[in-house]
Design a protein around this ligand. Structure first.
Ligand SMILES: [Zn+2]
Length: 315
């Protein structure tokens, strides 16, 4: 049976978003993430609700200490690698400029490195040195490019997203999410969470500014079904990420007892200019891996939506 994509709105309601986020503009005396006071840590950096690598933004938080900021920057380096092909392709300007994509090399041979540079007027310059990294399909007028990503840690990608989710959490709920904050800041080793995230790549639209939305289940339990309490939706470039926040302490005790966990998909197509009847490709991704991984990410282009000069395969 085809699930009803609008089910999401029946089950979840918006609790906060980057659009409505407001924090008192005074430096906190206590860090929301690690619980340390200004006697144990410092608060000198400007800290952002959304990482600037997904687009310039000026939404500042005032309750994140410098130590946590540094830790989150480390998570964000994995996140940056994970999303880089799209950041470069769409041309998302971060703090300084649009970053270029550089693939990892094969056997440390510099001559196998693919480089993609986003230039003026949306022009892309692509240097492919390994012929295995692209394939041309003249019949469909499409070509595929394989982006060989440098190593990154999937769990750190999840923690980057979790940090955004917890920042958006209304403060009155912090007391129920102590374990999530502790796990995020490595004060606690293990935490049960739903490792699957869902990623939609929009085909006809991209976001000039990043935004994030935190949804909460209207009901956690309905009959034998159980719904993850919080869902974070993050939009940037042409990407829509969905993750589930770990269950709060409030509901953990009664969790997983003969119940079936139901994962509702955010209907990301609402952002695309397409009809519901069209097929929307949503990828599931397992963020639970704690070690460094490399992956090859294939992206298909049509001749119409990219002007990239590709050398002849046998030249
Ligand atoms: Zn801190």
């Amino acid at each position: 049976m085809q699930p009803d994509p609008l089910d999401f709105w029946k089950k979840y309601e918006l609790v906060s978003s980057s659009q409505t986020y407001s924090m008192e503009k005074s430096k906190s005396k206590i860090c929301r993430y690690c619980d340390k006071t200004d006697k144990e840590t410092t608060f000198t950096q400007d800290t952002h609700l959304l990482p600037e690598l997904i687009g310039e933004n000026n939404i500042l938080t005032f309750d994140e200490c410098d130590k946590c900021n540094k830790l989150f920057s480390d998570y964000e380096s994995s996140f940056s690698i994970f999303i880089r092909p799209y950041i470069t392709l769409i041309g998302v300007k971060g703090k300084k400029k649009i970053p270029k994509f550089q693939s990892r090399t094969i056997n440390r041979n510099e001559e196998t490195r693919t480089t993609l540079i986003h230039k003026k007027d949306n022009q892309k310059e692509l240097h492919i040195q390994s012929i295995d990294d692209y394939s041309l399909n003249t019949k469909d007028k499409t070509f595929d490019i394989v982006f060989r990503k440098p190593p990154f840690i999937p769990l750190k990608v999840y923690k980057t997203l979790l940090k955004i989710g917890l920042s958006l959490l209304p403060i009155k709920f912090d007391k129920f999410n102590k374990n999530s904050f502790a796990w995020l800041t490595n004060r606690q080793d293990d935490l049960t969470f739903i490792p699957q995230g869902f990623i939609t790549s929009l085909k006809r639209r991209s976001f000039t500014e990043p935004s994030a939305y935190l949804y909460r289940a209207k009901k956690i339990f309905i009959g034998k079904e159980e719904f993850p309490e919080y869902i974070l939706i993050l939009c940037f470039a042409n990407q829509i990420f969905q993750i589930f926040l770990p269950f709060s302490d409030e509901f953990k005790k009664i969790h997983f007892e003969q119940r079936q966990l139901v994962l509702n998909l955010f209907p990301a197509f609402v952002f695309d200019k397409i009809k519901m009847s069209q097929i929307v490709e949503i990828k599931a991704y397992d963020f639970s891996v704690t070690t460094s991984v490399t992956e090859n990410h294939k992206i298909s282009f049509s001749y119409q939506d990219a002007q990239i000069n590709i050398p002849e395969k046998n030249s």
